[in-house]
Design a protein around this ligand. Structure first.
Ligand SMILES: Nc1ncnc2c1ncn2[C@@H]1O[C@H](COP(=O)(O)OP(=O)(O)OP(=O)(O)O)[C@@H](O)[C@H]1O
Ligand SMILES: [Mg+2]
Length: 244
């Protein structure tokens, strides 16, 4: 049986001003359902490129991304966008919430844009959003606007937003960037909760070593490749072999 998520020979080459940038140089990777994976590695090692390729946002130059055995890059645009809406909750570097919408409407927004939204009753969506926000200890802020929230609270809203379509996979790129250590720990604990209680497969990119305390799998990247033979990835990161 195939793994939940599998990449084979994944390459991404960018052409910039006559120069070739090999962002991914042939990645073979398997991620099991329910895993909590954190990608680490120095800046420019290809982490964002890899996860956005897995998430159906960046088309690879070569290779395949299989999700439950289906090659997502063989889907047409409409099927691919349906796949993204149904299967994946995104929380990317530019996770920013819409400043003119309150917390509740920010969370509901992806569901409104999702392919099935026409059938969904907006009251049902709102009560689902409120239940997510309650679980993330944000119920009292449903009517607040993003500018009225702390950095940690904004992340909670972005996490609720990523969960609104009930995706199986959450992709988060630097979800704890710019947070103090205490708030970072709180946000990481929320991701643990989502992994345990909601049974979501988490794919996180981060430079922060704090994730190492909670992640199930650490994958270290360097120069568009994955270190497969690191006896102890944590030690390698600490030693600076692949210092962020
Ligand atoms: N849209 C693009 N066009 C051209 N080159 C790109 C593009 N996106 C990424 N790259 C290049 O591909 C390589 C990998 O970039 P990527 O953003 O995946 O790295 P990263 O590991 O996420 O880095 P960081 O930790 O700084 O976010 C880098 O050399 C980068 O300059
Ligand atoms: Mg990045």
């Amino acid at each position: 049986m195939s793994e939940f998520i599998e990449t084979k020979g994944l390459k991404k080459i960018y052409h910039v001003g006559g120069q070739k940038v090999e962002a991914l140089q042939g990645i073979d990777l398997e991620i099991a359902r329910g895993d909590f994976v954190v990608f680490m590695g120095h800046s420019g090692s290809g982490k964002t490129t890899l996860v956005s390729t897995i998430g159906g946002l960046t088309r690879p130059t070569e290779g395949t991304v299989l999700i439950e055995g289906n090659d997502i890059w063989k889907l047409n645009d409409k099927q691919l966008s349906h796949f993204r809406n149904r299967k994946i909750g995104f929380m990317f570097q530019s996770f920013s919430l819409l400043p003119t919408l309150n917390v509740l409407n920010n969370v509901v927004m992806p569901a409104i844009f999702s392919a099935n939204s026409g059938k969904k009753d907006s009251d049902t969506l709102k009560s689902k959003a409120i239940s997510l926000l309650t679980d993330l200890d944000m119920k009292r802020k449903v009517n607040s606007f993003p500018s009225e929230l702390s950095g940690g609270e904004q992340r909670r809203v972005a996490i609720a937003r990523a969960l609104i379509n009930d995706p199986e996979i959450i992709l988060a790129d630097e979800p704890t960037g710019d947070l103090d250590i205490r708030t970072e720990r709180e946000v990481i604990d929320i991701f643990c909760h989502i992994n345990n209680a909601y049974q979501k497969t988490l794919i996180i990119v981060s430079h922060s070593l704090t994730w190492l305390e909670k992640a199930k799998t650490i994958i270290v990247m360097k120069d568009g490749l994955i270190f497969k033979d690191l006896a102890d990835p944590v030690e390698a990161i600490m030693d600076g072999v692949c210092k962020p």
